[in-house]
Write a new protein. Sequence first.
Length: 481
Amino acid sequence: MLQANNRTEKELPLTMFVGALCATLIHCILIANGVYGISADESGRIYDTLVWLRTGTPYSSVWLPGYRILLAGAFSVWEDFFWTPRVLSFLFGMFTWGAGVWFAHEVWKNRTITGATALLLAVFPQRVLLSVVPLTEIVFCALILVALASSIRWLSTQNARFLVVSTLALALTTTLRYEGWGFALLFIIILVRERVRKKHPPWFVVLLNIAVVVVVPALWMVRNYTHFGTPFTFFETTIDINYNIPFLRQVWHNPLTQFFFINALTFNLLGIGTFLTWKNSFVKELLWVSLLLFSCTVLVGSTLPTHTPWRVTAVWGMALLPFTVAWFYDQCKCTSASRWFFLTTLIVMLCVQTVLLGKYYTSNDSSFTQDELRTAKDLEAILSSYPKESKVLIETSYWRYLHILIASHNPFRFVLNGAYRPQPRIEGMLALPCDSLQNVLKTHRIAAVVVESTGYKHQAKLCSLLERFSEHGKWTIFIVR
């Protein structure tokens, strides 16, 4: 049923080239339109790495160390705090695209389906958005898809090298995201079952793979116990953050809900039936059981992501795509014209969804806006004209201040006006009377003040020592005279 003809074999390289070109083009379109962030974590992750490089202690004790190490290596090559992480995401986005195409080929061994998957994955909204912003998810997706494709190749050839690749890829995911721990646990269980049922691979190979996969989770929990008195600090911290979130919102943000919602929008759910009838039980169970396990853990433990919950389900959506393509292939197998019609329609639809989603994140509260980038550039210019001891006092009523710290390329030349607050409050240095504020500004060598909320702007205008310099959207910069 799924056999490719000679014409398809000749067209595949051209299809791959067009797919890579489309992936690059739509990426550039989003960047050119100011899509710099979709959550609170992009600048937080970068700041976490910079604090770790500066002090040896990470900014967050919850985040796993893999992305921190990767980003530190990238900064050693090109120390641009804004562009380097985004170039890294683009490269891993293309790697994810290639891994997804390899996965499709291993699943069906059909060049038509492989080529169609290459075109659709190039403009698939979740892959594209995660390739634009510096988050761990795109690296995670790339490694999981490599592990899945390599597992299929190992099962079909019994070549141990592919089992090694799968194991190493899964081991790396455990350094990036806690979902990787679930994948690793299921991989171990299914691998042991494979050994018991088929007497292959040898037990020493199974045990060696187990040791490689569990080493990072084990060390991380030992580290947590040593520093915090409990091996599950990461779990308890997330529960504390999400404790007061309403139950219905938790259900809506749950990975399973988000998986069905996002993939319904992209018509990717049409491949569910094909996936469930797929004969490769090893990889099939690894995928669907991991999604259920993760979703149940998030719901029971209230450990849902605080921003853009669809991003954590991206890898399952990408893994489902070849099955959706196969479904369309079977529906349209009578004529090649109908295949190209449906394929072209899907590509256009996914492009529109991707661009609209990107447009949404140029003005949403969870985004890194051009206003923040312009504010950061102004502050970078101001700081360059002052001695290195000079600093900027910045409002921290919302987490968005981190974007400005990072894009200014001087994150450690900022003084925070109190702790992060979910609502703007007049507090910290800016709450002081004008005379006291002037003394504090001079004592801390403050060269500029940048504020976002109306109350702080009013306070700043009352101080004769501050002069308005520029304003970008909600952000206003005052120079200390």
